[in-house]
Design a protein. Sequence first.
Length: 653
Amino acid sequence: MSATRRPEPKRLPARQSGSSSKQGEFLDLVIDAIPCMVFVKDASDLTYVSINRLARETLGVREAEVVGKTDLAVFSPEEALRIQADDRRVVELGTVGAVLEERLETKRGIRWFATRKVAVTGIQGGPSSVLFTFSEDITERKELRTTAAMWDQVFRYAERGIVVGSPNGHTLEMMNPAFPLMLGYEIEELAGTPLMDIFAPEVRANVAAMLELVRRTGQHTFESTCLRKNGTTFPVLIDATSVKDAKGHVHHRAIRIQDATLLKSAENVLLADRFEAERANQAKSIFLSRMSHELRTPLNVILGFAQVMQLDELNDLQTESVGHILQAGRHLLALIDEALDISRVESGQLALSLESVNVKDAVDEVFALMQPLADAKGVRFMADANHNHCFVVADRQRLKQVLLNLIANGVNYNVPGGTLEVSCAPAGTCIEISVADTGIGIPEHSTDRLFAPFDRLGKEGSEVEGTGLGLSLSKALVEAMGGTISAKRNADVGSTFTVSLKASERVDASPPLARETSGSTPGRKGLILHIENNLVNFRLVEQVLARRPGVRIIPAMQARLGLQLARDHRPDLIILDLHLPDLSGEETLRRLLNSPETKGIPVIIASADATPRRLEQLLKLGARDYLTKPIDVRQLLKLIDELLPAQDQQEPG
Ligand code: ADP
């Protein structure tokens, strides 16, 4: 502020003429140079005599606007009243007021000031008394104080132990209350002690290595073991950081220590739970395997003998009765298979072999299988040409199982003269395979129920036989292959089921090894060893083989006897059941394949224990093929025709 710009002040003595005017200018310069806001007021009426440069700039006022006026000219009415009350108190006492912190509205918004007022009396020629107010902006300092206080609280009340160590990390300098509490000490007992003392002796070398790592990398988290004052130890989780100055020099180590006792015990509980879950899964797997065996064995007998009866001349009534037995038996078999499959998928027991599958191949195979049913129902198959170019990531057999179910439904719930169309289209990273029919359609609002097990949506009494499990199994299979399945009512007629699977690269299909059998069945000759402990099953195979008069069969109801007979008679084929009283099926197979006398003899596994993984293992071990029980008589005959020499073939040598 320059004296020339300044208007004539109210009554300040320095503004008088002569030497006193010089003094006044000097006084103005001094006041302007003070690095805080300075207000000079006439103590008698609290009107402004002067206001320094910093105050003018901070509050955005000009001197002429305020000199001779009260605080109302500068501040809001409330602020002005408060300031005047403070002023009066100091003037009345004629003293130096205490420092008070006040919030003032400034050009930069609300700011905090430390204000001190000084009442001065007896200035010569001037007002009998002058009030000086000095206000220093402390906003930043106050914020810093608030932040520091906040961090102090965080530090003080943190549940984790926080400790600040010397730069080399060797001594404990500062710590929060949680830290000594965790170790059973008082703060005073730990301050200045070596950091290593708080760790169990056996982990100290490791802690030193970890702290060295912190020195190099700036931060590291590790697990360790702390030592309490009473000598007991407990697991801890440590997070250590280097505290650096502006130049990047490490001046301290900050270490946060968390008592990990609970975490560790939770981890142990989780491990125990996982172990228990795995054990339960194994138990479930064994249960499934046994269930499969127990249910299929009697069914094997029912279906097997019914099929044998069918091969004979029967009158109409007998044919019908046998038909009923077979139909009911197959229904039961479908139920068992589907229920077991769902259970396997749900328990993660289903072994899937995911590969690139050509949708066209799968659809063609299923169409071929379903053609007789479609013909019988008068339903026409159609395929969108696009499906030639679709390859998906799937288990070939399981994809066919899903398509078989959707296409069978599309035929069964269709109308005579209807159509069923399979189409295929890319959708993002997936391929959507849709099966659309022109049938009776899904009842309105029932799409959710479609995939629920055993819900046949009221079709129980209808002529279409079913288990109500097909769609729920399809859903489980598709999801196990990483895909989705959905259904919708078509706007016009029928319904569409869509399976979405991950698209895959095109691969040149290696066609599945199709088993070649002669259409006509020339007589076979040879010797079969049947190792089976169930007499009824044995009888069944015996009756089937009665159709091949040149084939002789020797029974063995125990594995060891079977092995002996195999060595003695060198049969042309061995049919081996897996559940034998004296040796396991695997072991029997292994011995047959390892013995020089028997290793060349083809072995067919016949078992009700139909888990695919087990059968796969046995094939890997060296079994030639397998028959799942209930035995499909035609399949057994086909295998015999394939593996035994024709009757008219010359004996070698
Ligand atoms: P199932 O066919 O053995 O009864 P699914 O689980 O395959 O068992 O199907 C469940 C039910 O969904 C069927 O009973 C039928 O009511 C209905 N459904 C399935 N597919 C179709 C379809 N294409 N058209 C009409 N209804 C269908």
